[in-house]
Each structure stands twice: as structure tokens, then as C-alpha cells.
Design a protein around this ligand. Structure first.
Ligand SMILES: [Zn+2]
Length: 257
């Protein structure tokens, strides 16, 4: 499945920023996809509910597509070394991250995954944005994991056993491993190495965080441009935002000239 998310325009960027700035990152992610999915506004195609039901990895893959089409392929960020606190620049590309998971498998049925382990047969689906929202406020990792499993596991069975009860740890781990394998973009890990002390470690990449930083930076720049152009020409905000980026940049140059 290849969904080409289209680039966000100036108007959409500002609307997203305004609507999302006091919202939880999970809501922001869905808002961005709702604005950028070419199919959202066509009849019978993804609603907000459908976007919330995307597996976490499928959602993040689409957010990477939005980043690539709107801001370009490069992701630039900073990380600090866990050993010596040295700050280092991290630069990678959306394409590399997208290629790291086998997206050709996106089409298979991820709502009915099955693991057979230690005599148990567990049927489950992949975690999505609704599941992450449900566990977001839990402080204990063990509590969060238990609730996630409770939400995603649809059936636990043992042959000849009417009430199989809670599956043992080995089965739970097998389910977690299968979830990760089936949703390769759900946890994007970066391999980092500190130039100062040679420590190497892995850090998770929060795609929503990266994308939102770009959206809010761009929104602020657009507002400054509107302000500068409106002061000189007296045009309305909507008129200025409707200009092509090239015309807006030129009027801005003339306005502040
Ligand atoms: Zn270091």
C-alpha cells in the first residue's frame, strides 16, 4: 500500500497549528493526517475514526510522508549523550526510515494476528492511536503494558481449557515481539554514537514531535509574513496566504525592503 500524503499549504498549516497547539500530540498526529490525506475529503474514504484506527507504525509512516512532501526528506534534530551529556546533531532522512520497514506488508490483515506459544493461542490486533491515548496518563510501564494488551488481545485460548486465564509472561513477550514485527514503523530507533566519548546507544524517534516542530515553526513564519505584507499593502490574511510561496516571498522582500 502506498499512500502519498500531499504537501500542506499555507492555509492548512496555520489551521493545523491553531487547532493543535493546545492539544495532545496524539490528536495532532491525527489532525495532520486528516488535513493531508488526499482521500479524507472524498466520499467513503478515511474519516478521523479510521485514522485513529491506523496502527501506530502505519500512522508514523504516513506522518513521515507528510514531512517529506511538505518540508523535504531531511529530518534534523539534536540528542544528548546519556554518558557525558554532549549535545550532538542528528540528521537522517524520511526515505531511509520508510525503507527500514517493509511497507509492502501493510496490506495484510493486522486486525487478527495470532501467536501460538506455550500451549496458548492468542489473537490480537496492533495498537493504534486510541490505545496510546488510553495508556497515556498511566505512570507505571507495567500498568500501561497490561492495559494495552487488554485492549488489543481479542481472544486467549488453550485447547481443552474453558477458561485459559491470563497468559504467562513468555506468551505476553511473544505477543509483544509479534506486534513489533508486524508494525515495523511503530518504534523507530536511531543508532547514535557520541563523538566525544564514543558511547553508542539507541534513541526512539518521535515522528509527531519532529513534524509538529516544523509545522509550528512554519506557522509562526507565515504569521510574520502576513503581518509584514498586510502593514504595507493592506491585504487581508486570506489573500496573503493564498499567494503562491514565490509571490509571497517577493512581496515580503518589497514590503520590508
Ligand atoms: Zn558522550
Amino acid at each position: 500500500m502506498t499512500v502519498m500524503e500531499r504537501a500542506l499549504d499555507a492555509q492548512e498549516m496555520l489551521q493545523l497549528w491553531e487547532a493543535g497547539r493546545n492539544r495532545h500530540p496524539l490528536d495532532r498526529a491525527v489532525q495532520v493526517l486528516s488535513a493531508s490525506s488526499p482521500s479524507t475529503h472524498a466520499p467513503g474514504l478515511p474519516s478521523v475514526d479510521a485514522l485513529q484506527r491506523l496502527s501506530v507504525g502505519a500512522r508514523d509512516a504516513r506522518l513521515l510522508e507528510v514531512h517529506r512532501s511538505t518540508f523535504g526528506d531531511r529530518l534534523d534534530g539534536r540528542a544528548s549523550c546519556p554518558a557525558c551529556a554532549e549535545s550532538l546533531e542528528v540528521s537522517l532522512t524520511c526515505s531511509t526510515l520508510l525503507a527500514a520497514g517493509d511497507t509492502s506488508e501493510d496490506d495484510r490483515d493486522t486486525a487478527h494476528l495470532v501467536v501460538v506459544e506455550a500451549g496458548y493461542r492468542v489473537t490480537f490486533r496492533l495498537p493504534d492511536s486510541r490505545d496510546l491515548a488510553a495508556i497515556a496518563t498511566l505512570a507505571e510501564v507495567s500498568e500501561a503494558r497490561a492495559l494495552l494488551l487488554q485492549r488489543c488481545v481479542t481472544e486467549v485460548a488453550r485447547p481443552g481449557d474453558a477458561d485459559p486465564g491470563a497468559p504467562p509472561e513468555a506468551v505476553v513477550l511473544a505477543v509483544a515481539a509479534r506486534m513489533a514485527e508486524a508494525d515495523p514503523h511503530a518504534e523507530l530507533l536511531l543508532d547514535l554514537e557520541c563523538p566525544a566519548c564514543d558511547t553508542s546507544w539507541q534513541a526512539p524517534l518521535d515522528v509527531t514531535l519532529f513534524l509538529w516542530a516544523r509545522i509550528s515553526g512554519q506557522a509562526r513564519r507565515l504569521l510574520l509574513e502576513v503581518d509584514a505584507i498586510a502593514r504595507v499593502y493592506g491585504w487581508r490574511e486570506a489573500e496573503i496566504l493564498a499567494l503562491s510561496p514565490a509571490r509571497r516571498a517577493t512581496y515580503l522582500e518589497l514590503a520590508v525592503g
